[in-house]
Design a protein around this ligand. Structure first.
Ligand code: GGG
Length: 360
């Protein structure tokens, strides 16, 4: 007697630009491993939300979009941002609308060093670099607090305020998440990144919470580093990093730097997690919509495919997640690389190489 197949209901939101191209590649790979396993399948529902939808409706997603998404097992997201729609309108209207309202407070961004990919780091070949940026994803500098026209004095004298919000609860949960995550990794070490010498309220609170929580994890090494020093360390002395935890803005910047150092932003996957599982979590490549290459079939699908692996892990299919990771490694090791990595392969050729590596 065969066991019933588990069906995962996934909302796919390609969004803008290359989002559709990379998500199509990722879905092919996910459907392939599901069919291979025979134990589960995906039921995809695609939503055409994004900047074109905005052009038609004045909204990036429908007013009841969150209600629609709420019952899915996960969200697979492409990219957001397109010329003609101000970036803050598209970002807040779609991606941040979802992450904030579904309390996806932990953004996990592995920095993926792959065989066959040339890194600008001098030491990249000498050390098996492996670090993960854990980004606070609900408050900090992206709390959406502030205002414009505060002086009331009109053009030329405008005053704007952008407030960063740090709550003890928000700091503590992401810092605990980082320590718990470090415990699952070969190198049990957490570096906390702030700019608390200059940002003397919120980031000092963050540092204090970090010192307190660190005492509960004597088996995990910990250190506090200023963001400017950490940026230099990413480039000059990255070999002793494991988990790097930082506020919304700092981690956003550091994870882009990390993936550029790993060879390309196109490689970087991410998971926006609601760890309590009250809401669906969202999986997306770190890169944006890349209008300059959209529609040309040459964008790198690896960030999206690897985000699919993170989604599988979240859904309890870690064996298949690892299979995808290995297939990606075989693909880059074989030199099947898109132009951002110095190669000539198309998006489809990379996806096909990953499928071939997975076998039939
Ligand atoms: N797939 C990620 C994406 O579309 N990012 C666009 C962006 O500007 N994101 C800003 C952020 O990560 O907060």
């Amino acid at each position: 007697m065969s066991l019933p197949t588990k069906k995962f209901r996934i909302a796919a939101i390609p969004g803008d630009g290359v989002g559709g191209e990379v998500l199509a590649a990722g879905r092919q790979v996910l459907d392939h491993v599901a069919a291979q396993s025979g134990a589960f399948s995906f039921e995809w529902t695609e939503f055409d939300w994004g900047s074109a939808y905005f052009g038609r409706t004045g909204l990036m997603m429908p007013a009841d979009g969150l209600e629609i998404l709420r019952d899915f097992d996960a969200i697979y997201f492409g990219a957001v941002g397109w010329p003609g729609v101000p970036d803050h309108v598209s970002l807040w209207g779609l991606r941040l609308n979802i992450t904030q309202n579904f309390d996806q407070w932990a953004n996990v961004r592995p920095v993926t060093f792959l065989p066959g990919v040339r890194s600008p780091l001098r030491k990249a070949d000498e050390h098996a670099l492996d670090w993960v940026v854990v980004r606070e994803n609900s408050e900090g500098e992206y709390a959406g607090l502030g205002g414009r026209n505060l002086s009331g004095r009109g053009p030329g004298n405008e005053v704007a305020v952008q407030t960063a919000l740090f709550t003890e609860h928000g700091c503590e949960r992401i810092i605990r998440f980082a320590f718990d995550f470090a415990r699952t990794r070969p190198v049990k070490r957490v570096a906390s990144v702030t700019k608390s010498n200059a940002q003397q309220y919120g980031m000092v609170l963050w540092d204090e919470v970090f010192q307190r929580v660190a005492q509960e994890y004597p088996d995990v090494d910990s250190e506090s580093v200023l963001v400017d020093a950490m940026s230099a360390r990413f480039v000059l002395r990255p070999e002793d990093l494991s988990v790097v935890v930082a506020s919304n803005l700092n981690a956003d910047i550091l994870s882009d730097l990390g993936s550029a150092l790993a060879g390309s932003l196109g490689l970087a996957p991410s998971a926006n997690l609601n760890p309590e599982r009250r809401f669906p979590s969202m999986f997306e490549p770190v890169h944006g919509s890349a209008p300059d290459i959209a529609g040309r079939g040459i964008c790198n699908p690896i960030g999206a495919i690897a985000s699919g692996a993170l989604m599988l892990d979240h859904l309890g299919r870690s064996t298949e997640a690892r299979q995808i990771t290995r297939a990606i490694e075989q693909t880059t090791a074989a030199g099947v690389l898109t132009p951002d990595l110095g190669g000539t392969a198309t998006t489809d050729q990379v996806a096909k190489a990953v499928l071939d590596a997975l076998g039939s």
